[in-house]
Design a binder for this molecule. Sequence first.
Ligand SMILES: Nc1ncnc2c1ncn2[C@@H]1O[C@H](COP(=O)(O)OP(=O)(O)OP(=O)(O)O)[C@@H](O)[C@H]1O
Length: 241
Amino acid sequence: MRFERISMMYNSGRRIFENFSLELKAGRITCIMGASGTGKTTLLRLVAGLEQPIVGRIDRNESERIGMVFQEPRLLPHKTALENVLWTTELIATADTTRDAQSMLEEAGLGDALHFYPGQLSGGMRQRVALVRAFAFRPTLLLMDEPFQSLDAAARRSMHDLLLNLWRRDRPTVLLATHDCEEATTLGSRIVLLAGTPARIEFELETVDSACGPKYAASELVQLKQHIDGQTVRHKEETIR
Ligand SMILES: Nc1ncnc2c1ncn2[C@@H]1O[C@H](COP(=O)(O)OP(=O)(O)OP(=O)(O)O)[C@@H](O)[C@H]1O
């Protein structure tokens, strides 16, 4: 999946991307970071085909099965946890979708809540169901827009473990937008930091995946932190001006 020198703007006329190129490597988790308003969600929307560039090309495999996970779980309230997962898997034919969905929910620690409705689940449990639902669809490309933003630190960490476990089943290409540096370095074997208007790639890190996730050198993490801190300072200055 490749962005080739794309330009994009909304009706406001402000260019969000100009002459922007990015290639996503198949079967990896790429984390997109950047200050608020830089264009992370817009990038995901372009990948999903929900927005179109005015110039340039987005090359993607036409047979790509695209899944999405949003900040809020977006479950169907009148369906149980299991039914919510099955609702997506009904779109694909597998040998035993119910057994598969059930075992994924159990793996997500929801074995006792299979028949609970979303209103009976905590926020973290609902987001677990949403994550399982996204992977049960067996996407080849999964777009995630700050999916764990509303969770506390402990719930976030356990979601990271769950995400990596689910991802290792089929290794879909994942593009995940986040503000959380720890999240990006725990999940992403590639981290792309956007900055400016129009957005450009300010900094990028890439590493190999080990059995226990991506491994970055301490010096790389320091560099990433410095860039993010620099962005925060610039963002504050611009807000005050
Ligand atoms: N539908 C829209 N119409 C007009 N402008 C929009 C629209 N959606 C987003 N924008 C603008 O485009 C820019 C990029 O927005 P986007 O949501 O992609 O940023 P982001 O990096 O995801 O921000 P955040 O981290 O706050 O979610 C912002 O200036 C935003 O105001």
